[in-house]
Design a protein around this ligand. Structure first.
Ligand code: IPD
Ligand code: CA
Ligand code: CA
Length: 266
């Protein structure tokens, strides 16, 4: 395993322990509202601090983009992208589906990725060109060719509801053609589940970079495809993603296309 991913694993485990400790006493947490349907707790911040501290110790020159503290410039071409708690709404309700997402870019290219589910002790990792693993065992996307019998993951647009109708159109076409659609509530983990073949595909719109970066490399290294809504590479910018095996991705893209408007071009 790449030495850098070992440092990221150490950071994720420490933050994971912290998340689990607080999970038992959720009612004592201080909660701020960032915006509509968007909450940040002291635990998001504390988990982020733990991760940043561990990474900074080994890589003091690297830049860091972290959800709660924003961008910290570095003196090298490396940039970490961190979501210390993906699935805060679940977490605050005691709904045990959330994750930690950590990715490393070099000169703009995703090199290392980790998504950690501390509840199940599942560590999904990938290094560019070296495949993807779940707890050190190789994972792959499914080879499913059609929607019939497929299980898909998704997320509902909930921050701003502008695209709700377009989204519901997509949802309607998938729900009637597949075996099922799940909305687990942690986009990073949803992408890890695509990589692990637990769902055949995933789509969501309006995500942030830190929701997607690690999961994107996991999907690619597991033999899958991830794109924006027009099939291009600008998903980190647009926050709109389609992910799955090669055939499933292509099929999903064709199903989503008729529901796109000028704001959802990519
Ligand atoms: C959220 C989760 C969720 C997705 C939202 C994200 P957060 O992240 O990934 O699944 O639907 O769009 O914002 O706020 O819990 O870190
Ligand atoms: Ca997130
Ligand atoms: Ca978060």
């Amino acid at each position: 395993m790449h030495p850098t991913i070992n440092i990221a694993i150490r950071a994720a485990r420490s933050a994971g322990n912290l998340l689990l400790r607080y999970f038992d006493r959720i009612d004592t947490l201080t909660i701020d509202s960032k915006g509509k349907n968007d909450f940040v707790t002291e635990v998001d911040r504390a988990a982020e601090q733990v991760i940043v501290e561990v990474l900074r110790k080994t890589y003091p020159d690297h830049a860091i983009l972290a959800e709660e503290s924003g961008y910290q410039r570095g003196r090298s071409d490396y940039e970490w992208i961190i979501d210390p708690l993906d699935g805060t709404t679940n977490y605050l309700h005691g709904f045990p589906q959330f994750s930690i997402s950590i990715a490393l870019k070099h000169k703009g290219v995703l090199e290392q990725a980790l998504v950690y589910d501390p509840m199940r002790e599942e560590m999904f990792t990938a290094s560019r060109g070296e495949g993807a693993q779940l707890n050190d065992r190789r994972i792959r996307v499914t080879a499913r060719k059609g929607l019939e019998g497929a299980l898909l993951g998704t997320g509902f647009p909930y921050r701003e509801q502008a695209h709700l109708d377009a989204y519901l159109g997509m949802f309607k076409s998938f729900v009637s053609e597949t075996a099922g659609v799940r909305r687990p509530g942690s986009a990073a983990l949803d992408l890890a589940y695509v990589a692990a073949g637990r769902v055949d595909g995933f789509w969501e719109l309006g995500l942030a970079q830190w929701d997607i970066a690690a999961g994107a490399l996991l999907v690619k290294e597991a033999g899958g495809v991830i794109s924006d809504f027009s099939g291009g590479e600008r998903y980190l910018e647009s926050g709109n993603v389609i992910a799955g095996g090669v055939k499933m991705h292509n099929l999903m893209r064709r199903m989503i296309d008729p529901h796109l408007n000028e704001h959802l071009r990519f």
